[in-house]
Design a protein around this ligand. Structure first.
Ligand code: 4AD
Ligand code: MG
Length: 465
């Protein structure tokens, strides 16, 4: 018999029909006469109840059907007496695919902490929480592709191995096939990469933006969506060493349109979650964060507040004067800390905020320089509970200015000659941004720790699974 996935089975109304269900046992309870098995196959957060009339089965054969075991059930779809579900399955035949020894299976009781579940990341997708999160993650990826596709953007694949440091922050993981026990050095004591795999120093990318700009200067509107790597040694609930980033890049737009695109993009994704992930969101809302759904709706219904970095710093300084305590000082010219960003969003404006025109010293070489000589046309989108969710900018399209800034910031032109060529041949105004996929996931799921919204997190000292 053809298998029915549980999400579909729960919607069926053909009471009395023969049905086949396969899945993992969540719980089993009952007595000598009847046994109730809550079965889940990952297609939905909801379980289907399998009712076993023990008179029809050999009790010993059913003994191994304990939490975590995998079974294959043939039976009849019947109306459910219990609350919360409309149908259940009256079992005729049960085959055990795999047992899960109750002494050893780590997901016995409910209510494991998220910290404990991180240690068993290979099994945590079987919990309600992580089933919900990873179904939402899939839906967010679909939302992203749909948003850009419907607006005429092309999905462009940028390389993961690269010889240039887009953000210029030096936080790159090296890629090498050299024998690390016998590293060859040049005469001046530097590592000799000439015999390495690529014949030069290579790393994992920190951003697909530079190649994305090349594509925007030919295809017009593109986006990337792929893994990104940063060797920043920051053990925070918002940083991963391996994360996914979405980077749209658009020819012929300036910063105002870039901000509008960012707002519409996030709103589209959040609306998508509200429409397509109702059961999973309701679960997360109930279990972890009662304001979650209201917060999501709020973001889809309100414009983000736009202001400059300079205005933002003035507000923060005033707050400090009025007695607000921050761990880090606020001064024009320094990067804002997450606590500052969250103050603006959560306490001052009570809205998502887009800050623009940051001091050039704290931003990357490629950003368009403003007339004032001090700021660049950067934009950061700041979100409640998260802080920075998007970083972007209008790009410097002028060859001379870009070249000067790259030199000032120590970005070797020999590494980015191909990027500079876009400014030499048919340059044009353009802008783009990067959305951290897991930061979006944090917002949409209401989870507190970024390690809980990616299946297998990579962080300092953690590369298991
Ligand atoms: O602000 P960032 O560094 O900007 C860029 O990489 C640009 N090249 C983007 C562009 O203009 N095309 O990173 C963009 C976003 C951040 O706002 C944040 O959401 C996320 O990427 N991000 C991280 N997410 C998880 N872990 C980390 N270590 C992250 N670093 C950045
Ligand atoms: Mg940033």
């Amino acid at each position: 018999m053809e298998r029915t996935v549980i999400v579909d089975a729960l919607k069926r109304t053909d009471i009395g029909a023969e049905i086949n269900i396969k899945g993992w046992v969540r719980t089993r309870r009952g007595n000598k006469n009847v046994s109730f098995i809550a079965l889940n196959d990952g297609s939905t957060i909801n379980n289907i109840q399998i009712v076993v009339d023990m008179a029809k089965f050999d009790e010993d054969a059913l003994k191994p059907i304990t939490t975590g075991a995998c079974i294959n059930v043939n039976g009849k779809l019947v109306e459910s007496m219990g609350q919360g579900q409309t149908v259940e399955v009256q079992a005729d035949e049960i085959e055990i695919y795999g047992t899960a020894d109750p002494e050893k299976y780590p997901l016995q009781k409910k209510g494991h902490t998220l910290e404990y579940l991180r240690e068993i990341a290979h099994l945590r997708p079987r919990t309600n929480t992580f089933g919900a999160i990873f179904r939402i993650r899939h839906n967010m990826a679909m939302a992203i592709h749909t948003f850009f596709h419907e607006r005429g953007f092309f999905y462009f694949h940028t390389p993961l191995i690269t010889a240039s440091d887009c953000e210029g922050a030096g936080q790159m993981f090296q890629v090498t096939t050299q024998n690390l026990y016998d590293l060859k050095k040049t005469e001046d004591g530097k590592i000799d990469y000439s015999n390495d795999f690529f014949g030069k120093q290579a790393s994992l990318t920190v951003s697909g933006q530079l190649e994305g700009e090349l594509a925007a200067m030919s295809l017009g509107k593109i986006y990337t969506f792929g893994p990104t790597f940063r060797a920043e040694n920051s053990n925070t609930p918002r940083h991963l060493a391996e994360f996914w980033m979405i980077e749209p890049e658009v020819a012929f737009i300036e910063i105002a349109e870039n901000m509008q695109l960012a707002q519409e993009f996030i709103q589209f994704c959040v609306r998508w979650a509200l429409e397509h992930c109702q059961d999973d969101l309701a679960f997360l809302c109930k279990m972890y964060d009662n304001d979650l759904i209201d917060r999501l709706k709020f973001v889809t219904e309100n414009d983000f507040k736009r202001l400059t970095y300079t205005e933002g710093v003035a507000i923060l300084k005033e707050a400090v004067q009025n007695g607000k305590k921050f761990e880090f000082p606020v001064d024009w010219g320094t990067d804002l800390q997450s606590e500052h960003e969250r103050y603006l969003v959560e306490e001052h404006f009570k809205l998502p905020v887009i800050l623009t025109d940051y001091p050039k010293e704290i931003k990357s070489f490629y950003m368009k320089q403003n007339e004032d000589g001090k700021t660049v046309r950067a934009m950061d989108v700041l979100f409640p509970k998260i802080g920075e969710i998007i970083g972007g900018s209008q790009r410097e399209e002028d060859y001379e200015k870009l070249s000067r800034r790259a030199a000032e910031m120590g970005v070797p032109e020999k590494d980015i000659w191909w990027y500079m060529d876009t400014r030499r041949f048919g340059t044009a105004p353009h802008a783009g941004f990067g959305l951290g996929f897991e930061r979006l996931m944090l917002f949409v799921t209401g989870m507190q720790n970024i390690r809980d919204v990616i299946p297998f997190p990579r962080t300092p000292n953690n590369c298991d699974f």
